[in-house]
Write a protein that binds this ligand. Structure first.
Ligand code: GLC
Length: 800
């Protein structure tokens, strides 16, 4: 069943059938003010922090689903009938009204047509301003004159997630609102600058700032009393709950239309008046929306591909880059699932995310990498979850609580080894090396950064500290200890050992040794190169199970993921990483990935492990306490799937890589929404596995490393485009039936127009490269501002 379609020309996903089984979300904002909204304008906005500075309230995980939001109501003043521009909250019967939603890059559009009135609400946050615009267009298509009213509604929040969800004995008496000249100002009395405003480009006929009087007793956003009456109560109050209710009456002759705009912003009434002036002319809003489109044009133009796969083109050219950018911009803690209860930077997630959009957002990736280096302990592990502000020079208290909450001391912020995860900081190595390859900024390695708990040293020395930590922290087999967890949050091996982390170590060592060589640090290149060989030898000796690789050992020395196991027999992470890291030789690599296909393959992608655990085993970890088929216990956990695509490419099996890509690809599930349920334009954290009755149902869109990894694995391995210190490598691994593909890539300020031809229908093997018609051996760095046509011919150097 299909609910919508991809409109690639406008870079939008269009929801044609609005009664979706679940919320399909989108992100607004590209800077400090951020919104998360769904297909019915439900959702919330915050300023900088979803934990400390929420502007509007959201009641997550509730019924009715995902309320409140940023709603506009229309009312026919002749009949008293009213509806909302987004389908919810009024929820007119869909036989009588036409509703659509279009999610675009950093904006969402809600359209409705009812009783001859067409209305369109566009939500977006213009660049350079901390305001969400609710741009409204109305057209009278009824063929007769109409008297209508328009109402806005949003519910303000008490800023801090805790103040907003508990401790009402304080918050209910310390927040209020005032109104003057068409501007509502919400006031968080306990904060020095605790102001929000709500205004419009018109002078309202009535207003209300008191939520309970707007909604009325025993009512909800579906049937608010203020809208029903056709006029708002004009209330302001010190204390209670505040809302953003403005109302305007207007008449439209047949065929006439109008534009109006509500504005929800960070700051006091004076800020509201300034912004109101700026965006009152509709042209100024059009220009702001166009500027947002130009911002995305610039990013997307860093890489555009044209392959025989429409799914891949749509995802890479628009949605997967968008998803990856969203993660790098806002971290992973603002969605309808993660609702701000924890924020900051998750070490491993951020380290991986910052590897993926370096071509389109180098500045933000660089910032994230530096923040993570600052969150590295001198012992060599990363702070698993931390606020970068802890280490900023001029620290502004993000939020001052009116109740006494002891301020954590430095020691509590910097957790000990017992809370360290074995993989966290290892991810950063490759992110840094890739950053230098992408930008050519060798000096980055020499930047001084202080450790979280210690002295300053260079980026380069931090990298050695990380690699040395993993070399030191091994268990009885010489494999890296699992510690609190490895990449898999639910595999809690403590002093047991994690195969995946040793493989990750191998991968990081390879990248680091290359960097050391590039920087002329020959001794380091040799030392870490030798360490890599040593780790590989341990892995090959201790981790091969006969048909596939183990997942590790428990603290008591029991192997995990072995052929003798009835549950958790085969695991995806260790097998994919054995190959992706370059550790496994060809024969073992192929066997391991064949076992992955056989035991973990489903039409929706690869399961994380199988068979799912049903018997609790705390030596393995929390994974055995998760219901079978969900999350880390036998679900199709999305994030590691691209590792398998990359692994298949390392083996030269382009057909298999593409099959696996296609299985997980949300685009391909656009017509299976009765099963998938979630949005088809975003990868989800996991898809329910075969051992659960909701097999195929996807959960947790956007906030997953899958976006970044899908982008990375597809571009670097399937399409084979890999930036190097001294140029570009193009070494694709594609299905043999592909005739070829083309792409344009911006690299160090020059444009590479690349065409790959596959006349012999191989998977892999470059036989000739031409630049502007001339045969060359490699693709160099072009002068800044330059451009070149690159032709890459594949052929049978390797068997398909
Ligand atoms: C979640 C976490 C991530 C972890 C993964 C697997 O996505 O954010 O850190 O690696 O689950 O447990």
């Amino acid at each position: 069943m299909q609910y919508g379609h991809f409109d690639n020309e406008h870079r939008e996903y269009v929801i044609d059938r609005i009664d979706l089984p679940t919320s399909w979300t989108n992100y607004l904002g590209t800077e400090d003010m951020v919104g998360v909204v769904n297909h019915t304008a439900g959702g919330y906005v915050f300023y900088k922090s979803a934990e400390y500075h929420r502007i509007t309230r959201f009641r997550p995980n509730g019924t009715p689903m995902d309320r409140p939001g940023h709603y506009i109501y229309l009312r026919d003043d002749d009949t008293g009938e009213y509806w909302s521009v987004s389908w919810q909250p009024v929820g007119l019967p869909l036989g009588k009204a036409r509703y659509t939603c279009r999610h675009g890059l950093s904006y969402s559009v809600y359209e409705c047509e009812y009783a001859g009135i067409y209305a369109k609400q566009t939500l977006f946050i213009p660049r350079g301003e901390n305001v969400e615009l609710w741009d409204l267009e109305i057209e009278n298509r009824s063929g007769r004159a109409r008297s209508l009213s328009v109402f806005s509604y949003a519910e303000f929040s008490f800023h801090h997630i805790d103040m907003d969800n508990r401790n009402f004995q304080m918050s209910l008496y310390a927040a209020g609102a005032s109104y003057a000249d068409g501007v509502i100002q919400q006031e968080l009395h306990y904060e020095e600058n605790g102001f929000q405003y709500f205004t419009a480009d018109f002078t309202p006929d009535s207003f209300d700032t008191v939520r309970d009087s707007f909604i009325g007793p025993y009512r909800s956003e579906t049937n608010p009393l203020g809208v029903e009456k056709g006029s708002l109560g004009g209330n302001t109050e010190k204390g209670g709950n505040q809302c953003a209710g403005l109302h305007k009456r207007f008449s439209l002759t047949a065929g006439a239309g109008l534009r109006a705009c509500f504005m929800l912003g960070e700051g006091n009434a004076a800020a509201g008046n300034r912004v109101r002036e700026k965006f009152t002319a509709p042209e100024s809003r059009d220009a702001a929306l166009a500027a947002l489109a130009a911002y995305w044009d610039e990013k997307l133009s860093a890489l555009q591909v044209n392959t025989p796969s429409q799914a891949m083109n749509t995802m890479l050219n628009i949605w997967t880059l968008y998803q990856s950018e969203v993660n790098v911009m806002f971290s992973r803690f603002a969605s309808f699932i993660e609702v701000g209860g924890r924020t900051g930077l998750g070490y491993r997630d951020t380290a991986q995310d910052s590897m993926t959009v370096q071509h389109s957002n180098p500045a933000q990736c660089r910032l994230r990498i530096l923040q993570l280096l600052r969150g590295l302990t001198k012992e060599g592990y990363g702070l698993h979850l931390f606020q970068p502000e802890w280490f900023e020079e001029k620290k502004q208290p993000a939020f001052r609580s009116p109740t006494v909450i002891p301020t954590p001391g430095r020691d509590e912020m910097i957790h000990g080894l017992k809370d360290a995860c074995s993989d966290d900081a290892l991810w950063l190595i490759t992110s840094i090396v890739e950053y230098i390859r992408e930008t050519g900024d060798d000096a980055f390695a020499g930047l001084p950064v202080a450790y979280a708990d210690g002295p300053e040293d260079t980026v380069y020395e931090h990298m050695k500290t990380i690699l040395d930590f993993s070399a030191r922290m091994v268990g009885r087999n010489g494999v890296c200890q699992g510690l609190r967890a490895d990449w898999n949050d639910c595999l809690n091996l403590g002093g047991g050992e994690s195969a995946m982390v040793s493989f990750l170590h191998v991968w990081a060592l390879e990248h680091f040794a290359e960097l050391a060589r590039h920087l002329g640090r020959t001794e380091d290149a040799e030392h870490y190169g030798a360490l890599r060989q040593k780790v590989i030898a341990v892995c090959e000796e201790k981790l091969w199970d006969g048909e596939w690789y183990l997942r590790g050992f428990t603290a008591s020395g029991r192997p995990i993921g072995t052929s003798g196991d009835a549950e958790g027999k085969v695991h995806l992470e260790s097998n994919a990483w054995a190959v992706l890291s370059g550790c496994a030789g060809r024969q073992r690599g192929e066997k391991a990935m064949d076992a992955v296909a056989e035991y973990l393959g489903t039409p929706w992608g690869l399961c994380l492990n199988a068979p799912a655990y049903t018997v609790i085993d705390d030596e393995i970890g929390f994974v055995t306490r998760v219901y079978p088929g969900l999350k880390e216990n036998g679900a199709i956990f999305s994030h590691p799937n691209p590792w398998a695509w990359a692994a298949e490419c390392r083996l030269g099996r382009g057909k298999r890589a593409m099959e696996l890509y296609d299985a997980l690809c949300p685009y391909n599930q656009n017509d299976k929404i009765e099963v998938r349920r979630a949005e088809p334009y975003s990868y989800c954290q996991f898809v329910t596995g075969p051992s659960h009755r909701h097999f195929g149902e996807a959960h947790h869109p956007f906030m997953t490393g899958t976006g970044g990894w899908s982008y990375y694995a597809t571009t670097r391995f399937i399409l084979g485009l890999r930036p190097q210190f001294g140029g570009l490598v193009v070494d694709p691994c594609i299905p043999p039936e592909w005739e070829g593909f083309s792409l344009t890539r911006r690299f160090r300020g020059a444009e590479y127009r690349i065409r790959v031809e596959n006349p012999q229908h191989v998977c892999r093997g470059v036989v000739q490269i031409y630049i502007d018609g001339e045969a060359v051996d490699s693709i160099p760095v072009l002068p800044e501002g330059g451009a070149a046509d690159v032709r890459v011919v594949l052929g049978s150097k390797e068997e398909a």
